[in-house]
Ligand binder design. Structure first.
Ligand code: SF4
Length: 441
């Protein structure tokens, strides 16, 4: 990304303030921090606008597969390390569907792919895509299989074939869903690129080296259509580590645009395939296509992806709201805690263990835990009352309001604020079950 000074050089330098900033330099700093858009300055010349747009484009091009709410953006990354800035677009995982399967078998396969889904700390992890593979080598069969997949699969998908005729046929019924065509090779590149360009769909190119990748991305760029995802032809996990790292370093550190495209891998099934996906996920892969993936293999992989693609500087949070646990009624206790996910899930699990129904109010503390939020002034009587008012939890139950033991000193002020008697709970979450059971005797 350009620096503030680089932006400043392209601005009119009149300090007219029309952009809402006191000076052009201040505006340049906002641009560099991605807090303003160049359109906010009405006086910048169009040539300068183009230079800025070019300079501000991410060093790894964003390529989108699919449409509407389910579309999957790939690439668009600006940094090598996630502590510099959050990685943006998580690795997508796809499972293969052979075009040799019949309609019923395809329906079953799609159901299986959909069943790879987990709820972890309030987030749903799932398989993202399917890849319809032209194993039959028959364009008509391929088209029928794509048609059958589209009946039950509404998420993005891949058309996997190196036969231009098969791809053309399949796109006649699927191009509106913007699938990824994965099958360009050095041998069929020109014709596949034309098909992708005519149908406005992204193209996956399989090459066998970084040099070859450069040759074909430059060709695509020169043709005016470079919606490209690169399979660098890695032979194993060592290759993926090396090639992806070299490509991404070249794109980001050297601003070498021919390697600034999302990267993908095709793999098989079983533990080595999962290891391949792990390396690809850790090292800049945007898409991994599996022959097959089991639930028990997907869980650790999806968890890894979640860790890589969350912002290390922002704690994982749950939404401020009231969460009923175990069918609470109008006399059930009201408990509350912060919106730091780990705190929420720990407290929730301990309430569930007690088998006592509870209204659990979550208070937005920007993801801070109880004591840290209290010290930061985000978990005091006023914030808690505001959360109670917003959710209306006090009108749902006349049961006791339980203050976390760690912040027992807010009890008095909270009583005054909400006009209800409160009691002090346990200092440790693990003691919640015993406390709730004793209260309910
Ligand atoms: S509107 Fe443009 S010219 Fe005016 S102060 Fe802002 S950046 Fe400078």
């Amino acid at each position: 990304m350009p620096t503030a000074i680089e932006y400043f050089k392209l601005l009119p330098k009149t300090n007219c303030k029309d952009c809402g900033q006191p000076t052009c330099l201040a505006f340049a700093m906002q641009l560099a921090n991605q807090k303003a858009k160049i359109e906010d300055c009405p006086h910048v010349e169009s040539s300068a606008k183009d230079s800025i747009a070019e300079a501000a484009a991410p060093p790894v091009k964003t390529i989108t597969v699919g449409t509407g709410n389910s579309k999957i953006p790939m690439g668009g990354e600006t940094v090598l390390y996630r502590h510099e800035r959050r990685f943006i677009n998580p690795t997508a995982y796809a499972l293969t569907i052979s075009d040799e399967l019949g309609e019923d078998e395809i329906a079953k396969r799609v159901e299986y792919v959909k069943s790879i889904s987990f709820d972890r700390i309030g987030m749903i992890f799932k398989a993202d895509m399917v890849s319809v593979r032209n194993d039959s080598k028959d364009p008509a069969k391929f088209k029928t299989a794509v048609q059958n997949v589209m009946k039950t699969w509404t998420q993005p998908f891949v058309l996997e074939s190196d036969d231009p005729e098969a791809v053309k046929e399949a796109l006649t019924i699927s191009k509106s869903r913007v699938p990824l065509v994965y099958g360009a090779t050095p041998e069929n590149f020109d014709v596949m690129l034309n098909i992708a360009k005519e149908n406005k769909v992204p193209l996956g190119i399989k090459v066998s080296s970084l040099d070859e990748a450069v040759t074909f991305t430059e060709k695509a760029k020169a043709s005016g259509y470079d919606e490209i995802i690169l399979d660098l032809g890695a032979k194993g996990i060592k290759d993926i580590l090396e090639q992806h790292t070299i490509a991404r370093r070249a794109a980001i550190k050297k601003k070498f645009k021919p390697l600034g495209y999302p990267l993908m891998n095709r793999t098989g099934s079983g533990e080595y395939a999962v290891m391949t996906a792990v390396i690809s996920t850790l090292k800049y892969g945007s898409l991994v296509i599996f022959d097959d993936l089991k639930n028990y293999e997907a869980l650790p992989l999806f968890t890894l992806r979640q860790n890589i693609y969350t912002d290390p500087q922002v704690p994982i949070q749950v939404k401020q709201d009231v969460y009923p646990i175990g069918n609470p009624d109008e006399h059930s206790p009201i408990m509350f805690t912060t919106n730091f996910s780990l705190t929420y899930f720990t407290v929730r699990a301990d309430i569930e263990k007690s088998k006592v129904p509870v209204w659990l109010q979550i208070v937005n503390t920007d993801g801070l835990s109880v004591l840290t939020a209290f010290a930061a002034g985000k978990f005091d009587a006023d914030h808690i009352k505001a959360a109670f008012d917003e959710s209306g939890v006090l009108s749902k139950s006349d049961g006791p309001v339980i203050v976390p033991g760690l912040v027992s000193k807010i009890s008095g002020k909270l009583e005054e604020a909400i006009g209800r008697k409160v009691i002090v709970g346990t200092t440790e979450s693990k003691n919640i079950p015993k406390h709730l059971r004793q209260m309910s005797i």
